[in-house]
Design a protein around this ligand. Structure first.
Ligand code: KIV
Ligand code: ZN
Length: 520
């Protein structure tokens, strides 16, 4: 099946991406990202690992029910229980897929303590079982790139005979290199009986920074499905970045004559949304979606760009969904102008959501002369809700060169105002201590990250805070022209999300703040 020049895009942001420590998304966030992936033309969405938890199962089945044109896939280990659970979740989709895998390299074979023959038999049985449930079955030999090539050929043949319709070749630890990646796929396609009847996929990790190159090389070798994530989200150094492979194929069609169905103008929006909900900010100089990917600062570059943009740009910002113009809004702009601008940026908000954003916009416009596109996106990305148990009411911080700094705070806890003063080593430390005094907790701060949304001293700061408690992780975000206020709100936002998670995983838990406090 390598004759077609269409490369299928298999997005695993919600499975391999979400699996990366700290990138946990809520149920609603997963549904939202899945809808965006479907809308942008992703062929297959790997929505989760249904046996992993109730939450994963529910997310995969809901995404399956809501799917429009994408195939919805779930992951399952090589056992009947996993596969049955996976089928239960994906079967609601118009086009469901079961993805089952087992580690085939010597190191991975040692874990279930199976010899080569026993593993071959397990592969035959589990793929047959999956195929009896679902017509569309993907099989992956995990750590394929460190598996003996002859054994790999043998097990791929078994999986094809047992009914797999897609064979995925994972570079699980980001070990391969482009020449080898192309050779491996080419070798499998040219030697394994039945290889012409299935699609070969490539799934690369980025440990050596070669995931994009290895995926494209695999396509040259005959793969017709690339597995990837938005922003390259994923464990360790991440997975192949969707935006990179898709734009590389689009821009270099002259030497890589393959097409994808992706509407590339939707890339920026989903990239920002994934960064927000995962709490993994995109590095400034990241290819395609980094803040500086289309910025030209040096004199020579700016001069060249003004004469002919092609001197320093291989693609147009509009191609990835960056609007060419960036006319700022101000405090006199009304609701209609805000709605039009948000639509232009790709946000289609319901009336009540628009009202919330409008209130925040007016508040910001009172403090900041010009409200830019990036400011608006930061406002839309804030996810505090009316239901939040903890709310910041007021904050005053006293700073001085000879410290300690002091934070006077009023916070609403389950509807009642609580007031405190706390000191700390710097204004943020004092503020976080004040939150802890009002709402005592054992959650550990894993990450505190500040970045400026736009230039200038009146720029908003966006703050991400990641907290961990008993293995549960939650990320909070906020933006404000005052960095300390943004930090307090992000910290409180993370605590609110941690509380929701705690209530979800410990049903029946008394949600009246006092028991949380007592428990610590
Ligand atoms: O990296 C990997 O090997 C995987 C498999 C489960 C496909 O993610
Ligand atoms: Zn992976």
């Amino acid at each position: 099946m390598t004759k077609s020049n269409q490369v299928l895009i298999f997005d695993t942001t919600l499975r391999d991406g979400e699996q990366s420590p700290g990138a946990t998304m809520t149920h609603d966030e997963k549904l939202e990202i899945a809808e965006m992936l479907d809308d942008m033309g992703v062929d297959i969405i790997e929505a989760g690992f249904p046996i992993a938890s109730e939450g994963d199962f529910n997310a995969v089945s809901e995404i399956a029910k809501l799917s429009k044109s994408a195939t919805i896939c779930g992951l399952a280990r090589a056992n009947y229980k996993d596969i049955d659970r996976c089928w239960e979740a994906v079967k609601h989709a118009k086009s469901p897929r079961i993805h089952t895998f087992i580690g085939t390299s010597p190191l991975h074979r040692a874990i279930p303590n199976l010899n080569m023959d026993e593993m071959a038999e397990r592969i035959h049985d589990t793929v047959t079982h999956a195929r009896n449930l679902c017509e569309n079955v993907q099989w992956s030999p995990m750590d394929a790139t460190r598996t003996e090539w002859d054994y790999l050929c043998r097990v791929v043949e078994i999986a094809i005979k047992a009914g797999a319709t897609t064979i995925n070749i994972p570079d699980t630890v980001g070990y391969t290199a482009p020449v080898e990646s192309a050779d491996l796929i080419h070798n499998l396609i040219s030697t394994v009986p039945g290889a012409d009847d299935v699609i070969f996929a490539t799934h690369c990790h980025n440990d050596l920074g070669m995931a994009t190159a290895n995926s494209l090389a695999a396509v040259a070798g005959g793969a017709r499905q690339i597995e990837c994530t938005i922003n390259g989200l994923g464990e360790r150094a991440g997975n192949t970045a969707l935006e990179e492979v898709v734009m590389a194929l689009k821009v270099r069609g002259d030497i890589m004559p393959y097409t994808t169905k992706i509407d590339t103008r939707k890339i920026m929006n989903i990239s920002r949304r994934v960064a927000t909900v995962s709490g993994f900010a995109v590095q400034f100089n990241k290819a395609i979606v980094g803040k500086n990917a289309f910025a030209h600062e040096s004199g020579i570059h700016q001069d060249g760009m003004l004469k002919n943009r092609e001197t320093f740009e291989v693609m147009k910002p509009e191609d990835v969904g960056l609007s060419g113009t960036s006319l700022p809004l101000g405090k006199h702009s009304g609701r209609a102008a805000l709605r039009a601008k948000l639509n232009e940026l790709g946000f289609d908000l319901a009336d009540n959501q628009l009202n919330d954003v409008f209130v925040r916009f007016k508040d910001l416009a009172d403090r900041k002369k010009e409200v830019f596109d990036d400011d608006l996106m930061a406002l839309v990305s804030q996810n505090d809700t009316e239901e939040d148990r903890l709310k910041l009411k007021s904050l005053r911080v006293v700073c001085g060169t000879d410290g300690p700094q002091q934070a006077d705070m009023v916070m609403e806890v389950d509807g009642a105002d609580v007031e405190t003063s706390a000191t700390g080593d710097g204004p943020v430390d004092a503020t976080f201590n004040a939150v802890k005094t009002i709402f005592s907790h054992r959650a550990r701060l894993q990450l505190y990250q500040v970045s400026a949304v736009t230039e200038g001293t009146d720029a908003q700061a966006t703050v991400s805070v990641r907290m961990e408690e008993n293995g549960r992780i939650a990320t909070g975000q906020s933006a404000d022209t005052d960095t300390v206020v943004a930090s307090a709100k992000a910290y409180i936002n993370a605590l609110n999300r941690l509380l929701v998670r705690r209530e979800q995983s410990e049903p029946g838990y008394d949600v009246k703040g006092i028991s949380y406090k007592d428990a610590t």
